[in-house]
Design a protein around this ligand. Structure first.
Ligand code: S3P
Length: 166
């Protein structure tokens, strides 16, 4: 039975870009957890954090992921914090194969530091704070089935690498 292909990793690791490429190449549906949340709520992630709270966002994230996992096999781009919730990690492992797109704090920070739509970049704006958040999350990301050192790879190359593993 084909399973979901689930992409995980910190902000800026290329989950959504790689996910779109893979979905096209494999002719599988593509779901981006953040996009589904924004579509369902009619709100931007930034506004969900500021007008509600991060905790509220995490509830939405868990619900949306559960709904996506119940659909036929697809490529899923999670948010950078999705797998920090133990329930999400357990369910994802049951329903799919998990890839951690790993990159250095410096590379990731360079990619997203000017992002206007990531509340946690605003909150952890210096490289040091950004790197601390990444460090705290690495043990969770490492629970993925496969770790891909994507630091010096293009999204196309990462997608090809994943296809070779599948
Ligand atoms: C978050 C990452 C974001 C988004 C939200 C929280 C996080 O997704 O889900 O801003 O906790 O790391 P990306 O990883 O796609 O930027």
């Amino acid at each position: 039975m084909q399973r979901h292909i689930i992409l995980s990793g910190f902000m800026g690791s290329g989950k959504s870009t790689v996910g779109r490429i893979l979905s096209r190449r494999l002719s599988l549906p593509f779901h981006d957890v953040d996009d589904v949340i924004e579509k369902q709520t009619g709100m931007k992630i930034m506004d969900i954090f500021s007008q509600h709270s991060e905790a509220y966002f995490r509830e939405l994230e868990t619900r949306v992921l559960r709904d996506i996992l119940a659909t036929p096999p697809s490529v899923i781009a999670t948010g950078g914090g999705t797998l920090m919730e133990p329930e999400n990690l357990t369910l994802s492992k049951q329903q799919g194969v998990l890839f951690y797109l790993s990159a250095s704090a410096k590379t990731l920070h360079e990619r997203v530091r000017h992002s206007q739509h990531r509340p946690l970049v605003k909150k952890h704006s210096s490289l040091e704070a950004f790197a601390r958040l990444l460090e705290a999350r690495i043990p969770f990301y490492k629970k993925c089935d496969y770790i891909i050192d994507a630091d010096n790879m293009s999204p196309d190359e990462v997608a090809t690498y994943i296809q070779e593993i599948l």
